[in-house]
Design a protein around this ligand. Structure first.
Ligand SMILES: C=C(O[C@H]1C=CC=C(C(=O)O)[C@@H]1O)C(=O)O
Ligand SMILES: [Mg+2]
Length: 461
């Protein structure tokens, strides 16, 4: 028999005492393709979908439709506001069984002070959704939940309609052959800020030499024009096939899809234990095993990259020290090799203090010196001054939390925003005193590669 769990609770949602009825039902289903489930929502839920898979591939999450969104443009307390609203919404949910947990998925933009107009103009500074239809695949089990928040205490007829639609979506994802998608066709490329980018590296190294900052991460974008509109499943299918060793994510907001394949964890919390990763310092992959090994060794021994990395370790370790009763940090980095690039990598983990939460940790950690710089305030001011663009969710926390405080956020690098027939790819690098414009530029070319390949393009070295 099919396993089924149902619960209906009530929550007050505002100070006026207005209450909402929270209905949810979870069923276990035989395994299905998460991408096919996502694609089954093309007609009715486009603009309200998300996709997530962790690096280890032990957790896949898809959301179709919005049962509830939590969003704000608060400059200073956006993390607290999201946390408070989510806690309130889920306070009466039954706890204890991970497969029954409603999940909130979304992200916080890189810099809420940035108002540069462009592809991110309509995007809130914090944007999270509880899906109407939530698919979770954990290890080898798949669960589909329906969530409905209604002012009406008699929403059973409405819930029945959602059950029918759920069965239809599951059926579509189970019986349809997994579609193979072609790559989009690019008609033009342009690098909007190549010259200002190269000049900014000299300006930032000058700042660093004058001791006004130690490290600043400077990024740039690459824009692509396609022959036709590109669909979300089309690009997600490419990253799923091409980037198996990364976090995979896609988040739709109206006409925008933000997606990517990041190697970098910001924070994960599982039953009170927290994990983060320091990923900074880069070199390309070799064409042969020997060359690759030689590049890796030279990265491990390089003082410029070692410096870039150490700032990140110091800051993340310090944040863990403040939030944990016990913690572990290795003395020296190892290599993290992914398809196009190798990085210096140091994992950090610890046992959280009472009261420390994933969203509070996210608030303290973002932006780490792998994306912002050191000191944080000076680095952010330099980024605002020298980057002519709005990063939106690039380099920002993207991920999920459940009702019990478990969750995971990746740092959304190796990412791009797709808006109909245009895409904007983002890449940056840590600038320290001895950075050189041309080699930083080349490093961004390597970092563009995964998204560029997924979108049907290539750059020549
Ligand atoms: C800012 C990016 O990468 C960061 C993460 C790893 C290595 C980095 C570096 O070596 O500069 C960056 O700090 C990016 O990919 O856009
Ligand atoms: Mg670098």
């Amino acid at each position: 028999m099919q396993q089924k769990w149902y619960q209906a609770t009530e929550v007050e949602v505002d100070s006026l005492g207005q209450s909402l009825h929270f209905y949810m039902e979870t069923i276990e289903v035989s395994r299905l393709s998460a991408l096919a489930f996502y694609a089954a929502g093309e007609e009715h839920y486009k603009g309200e979908r998300f996709y997530w898979q962790n690096r280890e591939k032990t957790m896949t999450l898809v959301g179709l439709g919005h049962a509830y969104t939590i969003q704000n443009n608060a400059k200073n307390d956006r993390y607290d506001a999201v946390e408070a609203e989510w806690k309130n919404l889920t306070k009466n949910c039954v706890k204890g069984q991970s497969e029954l947990q409603p999940i909130l998925f979304g992200g916080f933009t890189f810099d809420p002070q940035n108002n540069v107009a462009g592809e991110w103009t309509d995007f809130p500074e914090a944007f999270f959704a509880l899906a109407t239809y939530q698919l979770v695949i954990r290890d080898d089990k798949a669960f589909v939940s329906i969530h409905l928040l209604s002012k009406d205490g008699q929403a059973e007829p409405q819930f029945d309609a959602l059950r029918k639609e759920r069965d239809h979506l599951i059926h579509a994802a189970q019986v349809k052959e997994v579609k193979t998608y072609s790559k989009p066709e690019i008609t033009s490329y342009f690098e909007p800020y190549k010259e200002p980018y190269l000049a900014s590296i000299d300006q930032v190294t000058a700042l660093i030499k004058q001791k006004k900052a130690d490290k600043v991460v400077i990024a740039r974008s690459l824009a692509l024009q396609f022959k036709e509109e590109v669909s979300s499943p089309q690009v997600l299918s490419q990253i799923i096939h091409e980037q198996p060793e990364s976090y995979l994510f896609g988040l739709e907001h109206q006409e925008l899809l933000f997606f990517g394949a990041s190697p970098e964890r910001l924070v994960k919390v599982e039953k009170g234990r927290a994990f983060s990763s320091c990923v900074a310092g880069s070199i390309k992959r070799g064409k042969t095993a020997e060359e690759d090994e030689a590049y890796g060794q030279s990265l491990l021994n390089d003082s410029k990259n070692g410096g870039e990395h150490q700032y990140v370790v110091d800051m993340i370790a310090e944040t863990f020290r403040k939030n944990c009763v016990e913690m572990k940090v290795p003395d020296s980095p190892r290599l993290l090799k992914i398809r196009d690039i190798q990085h210096l990598y140091t994992p950090v983990e610890g046992q959280l203090n009472n009261g420390a939460t994933i969203l509070q940790l996210t608030k303290s950690l973002h932006p780490t010196p792998a994306l912002g710089g050191v000191p944080r305030k000076e680095a952010m001011a330099a980024i605002r001054k020298y980057e002519p663009m709005n990063r939106g969710l690039y380099a920002a926390p993207i991920g999920w939390v459940d009702a019990e405080g478990n969750g995971e956020f990746a740092v959304a690098i190796r990412s791009a925003a797709l808006v109909k027939d245009r895409a904007y790819l983002y890449a940056g690098g840590g600038i320290v005193a001895d950075s050189e414009p041309q080699s930083e530029y080349d490093e961004t070319l390597v970092k563009f590669r995964p998204m560029l390949r997924a979108l049907g393009g290539q750059l020549h070295e």
